[in-house]
Ligand binder design. Sequence first.
Ligand code: PLP
Length: 365
Amino acid sequence: MKMAGGRRPAAGGRRQAAGGRVGRKGYVRTSSKVGVFTESVIRETFRLAAEHGAINLGQGFPDFPCPPELKAAACAAIDADDNQYPMTYGTPALRAAIAAKTARAYPGWTVDPETEICVTCGATEALVAVTFALLDPGDEIVLFEPWYENYGPDAVLAGAVPRPVPLREPDWAFDEAELRAAFGPRTRAVFLCHPNNPTGKVFTARELALIGELCALWDVVLVVDSIYEHIHQLGPGGYLAPARVPGLEDRTITINSLSKTYAVTGWRVGWTVAPPELTAAIRKVHDFLTIAAPAPLQAAGVAALALPPSTTRGWPSPTASGATCSAVRWRTWASRCAGRTALITSCVTSGGWTPAVTAWPSPGG
Ligand SMILES: Cc1ncc(COP(=O)(O)O)c(C=O)c1O
């Protein structure tokens, strides 16, 4: 076995001591890159919360069932033996559904499913594929801080250098001068989490216009993580698609996924929407990362994207109709949330803090 840098493993390769730990005399060499970042704090929080029976505020996953249409479509695809590698960059049906849903949600935004979409294993893989497709070692990326934790390790793996721009309370706005100063000749991309995890911020038209101006000035690509596109407090029309902002149309990669909107974080189906040249580069990387997203779950994605808007907010909505969100289901969900909110509020209060609690809409109102 040949090791990086021409070094050879000690006899027997990695020696594992009893209990699975690497023995003191064992030879183990990992890349300098993985030494730069730690295990995901979200995954660690998940394990600790499960171990101690705690409420897990560290990971955003919906703990209610997904719409039945998705389950039916996934089961039908499995029953029909849809078991083999699908087209690497997404089944034609799912790409057509993504294009159709995009056009419905944003009239005038036309996406060519043949050349402008790459289906991935969740937004997570899309972020990695995009990072490798865009960046060379030493390239710089502008990130708004605090950022979703994956952006840091993704940048490190690509050898890129993050240039953080702080978002500040109370409205998590950024300072124009700080944003301008973060751009330079080595800037290749801006990563924007919009709506933002962890702050909940939704970037305004004015902010997006400024980002667009700077991206055009420095010839930079905007990468938008829009996984919370339908989950924010601003209501219909509150979220603006950066790819529709004048000047950004030809330089924006929009990342999305079924995970949050349709309550299926474990299904691992996401996608990118980007101009053809960028999509071609993303597709190449994606093929060598994972080949393709799970075939039967892509079929379920077609059903998901055909659902009407009232069921695509991710959260059961009082205005949703029929089996996707009955009044009973809504009441159950709302009372569960109320119980948890009360528990968290009392913990936070006893710790000496004053929590700001958002009121959820009541059933039917
Ligand atoms: C902002 C953001 N982007 C991406 C992801 C990962 O999405 P996916 O499940 O589609 O990989 C998450 C998950 O929490 C997230 O919060």
